[in-house]
Design a protein around this ligand. Structure first.
Ligand code: HEC
Length: 273
């Protein structure tokens, strides 16, 4: 006779409800707050705090951290292309959602003790919801339309302006320094240098190898390098210009699999010979 004791059945269900939601991840941002969030604020926060290590767009390279395309709904630490996950991340049992991402950026070490993502400080509270909203819009997780402000470029620069004006730090960094590659195939490891030129060409320190680059309407930077003295003899790679918004020098800044059987480590070193 279940109807005679409604209180009892509610109480019996309570432990189940509590078990279903890990306490720390329970406080996710409300859907409406994500929809209403300031896109530009989220973008700026992501560029300043995350983009040195993560790309968002589909098929973009892994940097120091994994590409985050379609991360929502995926288990932590399972992305196949990225082999640098810590055991802590892989064994965390977390599935990414607005709530778990909120918990992670609020306290990366507290939420997943022992993970290897080093950020100098938690994301400030005021930036969290805009950042999650921005990440969802850019990783194919938002079921609401892109805000009009997404089309607006960085303040004060016209959307149609050349890349050199819209992304001056990226431009100066790539066009005046050396890009260093370490390509690893089953047979060998091969290191060479490339020099991106403002006219769309790419030179290298090798006898024949050269290439070209192009930036498309959605600010994806794509380039090809060919006639390499190894097999495969060429590769193509694309990444969002925004991923290079913060100029950094390191011989190994990003990692990707640009061709079958080839792993690439890319980095930027100071100046050109
Ligand atoms: C210094 C480089 C670096 C920065 C900056 C950085 N991350 Fe990470 N991120 C990593 C690394 C490395 C991992 C893998 C950590 C591990 O496996 O323990 C990671 C993992 C992640 C994951 C888990 C991905 C998955 O597939 O499970 C998410 C989500 C994430 N980062 C989001 C962010 C956000 C949001 C920011 C900005 C607030 C940020 N990261 C800043 C390096 C970075």
């Amino acid at each position: 006779m279940p109807d005679t004791n409604p209180t009892g059945s509610v109480l019996a269900a309570l432990p189940l409800l509590l078990l279903a939601q890990p306490a720390m991840a329970a406080e996710g941002p409300a859907r409406q707050a994500l929809i209403d969030a300031d896109y530009q604020q989220g973008r700026t926060a992501f560029q300043q705090r995350c983009s040195a290590c993560h790309t968002l767009a589909e098929d973009s390279a892994n940097l120091f951290g994994p590409n985050l395309w379609e991360m929502m709904g995926r288990k932590a630490g399972v992305l196949e292309d990225f082999d640098e996950f810590s055991d802590a991340m892989r064994e965390s049992g977390i599935t990414w959602s607005p709530a778990t991402l909120m918990a992670f950026i609020s306290d990366p070490m507290g939420f997943i003790p022992g993970n290897t993502m080093m950020i100098p400080e938690p994301v400030p509270e005021r930036d969290r919801v805009p950042m999650i909203s921005f990440i969802m819009l850019e990783t194919g997780a938002a079921d609401w339309p892109r805000p009009e402000s997404a089309m607006v470029q960085d303040a004060g620069v016209a959307p149609g302006a050349p890349v050199s004006e819209r992304f001056p730090s990226f431009w100066n960094h790539l066009m005046s320094n050396t890009t260093r590659y370490r390509l690893v195939t089953e047979e060998q490891e091969f290191i060479f240098e490339a020099y991106f030129n403002t006219d769309g060409s790419v030179d290298t320190n090798l006898e024949r190898a050269r290439g070209f680059w192009h930036i498309d309407e959605s600010d994806m930077f794509c380039y090809a390098i060919y006639e390499l003295p190894i097999r495969p003899a060429q590769f193509v790679e694309c990444f969002p210009v925004g991923a290079m918004a913060i100029p950094r020098f390191n011989p190994e800044l990003w990692r990707s699999r640009p061709a079958e059987g080839m792993e690439l480590w890319g980095g930027i070193t100071v100046g050109r010979p």
